[in-house]
Design a protein around this ligand. Structure first.
Ligand SMILES: Cc1cc2nc3c(=O)[nH]c(=O)nc-3n(C[C@H](O)[C@H](O)[C@H](O)COP(=O)(O)O)c2cc1C
Length: 187
């Protein structure tokens, strides 16, 4: 499959970047063709300009050039993946703004939906799995991101995998890197 991997971190050489590398290696091992959308490196502007604000009365609104280019890139792929650090129990504002602007009315929801076969979100988190479960954070994120965004836009085969305890030991981090490679291989 052709997989667009959306990466959101101000530092490409962060731990999140290492997770991205391992995931890409796994995808390649499995024979997939991956393209990375590195939102910071590409200078994506997550703010919503008037040109990209949805017009509920116009399913065919022509959005800005930046958004049309992103939509064309997404359309060239069969599947989409996200790699991001969990910030305040969600995707960071960069990914949020990318979705707000690009997954727009008449293209990703409303009159038309996305045709992609599957989506995977990999969130790198400092907190523990127990913490996420006990406080309901995992359920909240699944509801918000999987049901609220991916399913809503037509991608029913969607999953969220959280990489817990990412600021802990080297051993834990090595295990998470291996898990990223496996998720790429099994994609
Ligand atoms: C602004 C901000 C908000 C964060 N919010 C959360 C959070 O809600 N839950 C969590 O588990 N970790 C949270 N963290 C910790 C990050 O998930 C963690 O620093 C990151 O995944 C480590 O990866 P990195 O070294 O690639 O940045 C937050 C970090 C920052 C900077």
């Amino acid at each position: 499959m052709k997989v667009l991997v959306v990466f959101d971190h101000p530092r490409r050489h962060s731990f999140s970047g290492a997770v991205l590398d391992a995931f890409l290696e796994g995808l390649t091992e499995a024979g997939h063709e991956a393209e990375v959308a590195d939102l910071y490196a590409e200078g994506f502007d997550p703010r919503m300009p008037l040109a990209d604000e949805p017009d509920w009365d116009d399913d065919d609104k022509v959005y800005s050039g930046a958004v049309l280019a992103e939509q064309a890139r997404i359309a060239r792929h069969d599947a989409i993946a996200f790699v991001f650090p969990v910030w305040w129990w969600s995707v960071p504002a960069m990914t949020k703004g990318w979705i707000d602007r690009v997954w727009n009315n008449g293209w990703a929801y409303g009159a038309r939906k996305l045709p992609h076969q599957k989506a995977l979100m990999i969130g790198i988190a400092a907190n523990s799995a127990e913490g996420y479960r006990e406080r309901g954070d995992l359920a909240a994120m699944r509801s918000q991101l999987l049901v609220g965004v991916l399913n809503y836009c037509g991608i029913m085969n969607a999953d969220l995998r959280l990489f817990y305890d990412a600021l802990e030991t080297d051993e834990i981090r090595a295990g998470l890197i291996e898990e990223a490679r496996r998720l790429g291989r099994d994609f």
